[in-house]
Design a protein around this ligand. Structure first.
Ligand SMILES: [Zn+2]
Length: 91
């Protein structure tokens, strides 16, 4: 039986969102706490819809990551709001 270790992470610590390009492996990291991220290309989108390196389109569902910026802004200052992560114990 696999045992799991539980981590409780404050929402305010979940400000970095990333996506890796399946084609060239470039990883794009976005800081959702940055106002500049919200102004990307004047679209209000924080996540690019294509890889900035090879221009391969990301899965269209990536657009939903843009909503994380709203969730982050709304919840980051509320004490006690945490995400619980369970990872299997190694070994
Ligand atoms: Zn790429």
């Amino acid at each position: 039986m696999t045992t799991h270790r539980t981590w409780l992470i404050d929402v305010k610590d979940l400000r970095l969102v990333s996506i890796r390009c399946g084609q060239c492996q470039t990883r794009v990291v976005v800081d959702v706490a940055s106002e500049k991220a919200g102004a990307r290309a004047g679209t209000g989108q924080i996540m690019p819809l294509e890889c900035p390196s090879c221009r391969t389109a990301f899965d269209s569902a990536v657009k939903y990551l843009n909503r994380w910026q709203e969730v982050y802004a709304a919840l980051k200052g509320i004490a006690g709001v945490q995400i619980e992560v369970q990872l299997p114990e190694l070994g």
